[in-house]
Design a protein around this ligand. Structure first.
Ligand SMILES: O=C([O-])CC(=O)C(=O)O
Length: 205
């Protein structure tokens, strides 16, 4: 794993979001299937028309191990871009996670795989395999532009996108923010006088 990916893995998405002033966070309806999922990796992008998923299969075939598949399914919640079979193939090839502005199906089977999926939920109907769609191109996912190779980080709070050109700077400010949060927490935790003082400071601004 690249060092920068490993570094981002240790940082809460909330701190990364703060470091980007709240920009580049996917629509909050895109949630992990399990609260303990934590992912970090480079985006392998997929764009599908509503109700089609052949390009998802192409992406699984072409992506590198550790990549996060990021799928623009335009928020559609009726047709699944993958089920437990397709997601099982992604897992077997070492894909790092699946983020979709859309839905999956076979929820029980997918949870049993313990493969990190972030989606708008689940549905019953599969997609068609008509062969349209694109991979490895700039997309929009959950309201955020995603380019191939951008860093994707996801956890219980949601998913953030770190544009490639900004990754070192965002890493440094995310670590700074994380440390600041830890110090702030330690300074008030279980200390009523410190809490009152902190609140008074905020309220007097
Ligand atoms: O084949 C599909 O498109 C979806 C599906 O049912 C699976 O992945 O198990």
């Amino acid at each position: 794993m690249e060092k920068i990916i490993n570094d981002f893995l240790g940082i809460p998405t909330t701190c990364i979001s703060d470091a980007m002033d709240g920009l580049n966070t996917l629509h909050p309806a895109i949630q992990p299937l399990k609260e303990n999922y934590k992912i970090a990796g480079r985006a392998y992008t997929v764009k599908v028309p509503i109700g089609e998923n052949l390009s998802v299969l192409k992406a699984i075939r072409e992506a590198n191990p550790g990549d996060i598949l990021v799928v623009d399914a335009k928020g559609d919640q009726y047709r699944a871009i993958a089920g437990d079979f397709v997601i099982g193939m992604a897992q077997s090839l070492g894909i790092g996670g699946l983020v979709v502005d859309g839905v999956i199906r076979d929820i029980v089977g997918v949870k049993a795989l313990n493969f990190p999926v972030f989606s708008r939920g689940t549905t019953v109907a599969a997609s068609g395999k008509a062969g349209v769609g694109q991979v490895n191109v700039p997309i929009s996912c959950g309201g955020v532009p995603v380019n191939p190779g951008d860093i994707i980080v996801g956890d219980a709070d949601g998913v953030v996108v770190i544009p490639r050109a900004m990754e070192q700077r965002i890493l440094a400010s995310s670590i700074e923010k994380m440390k600041k949060d830890e110090l702030r927490e330690a300074s008030i935790s279980g200390k009523p006088d410190a809490v009152r003082k902190h609140l008074d400071q905020l309220l007097s601004k």
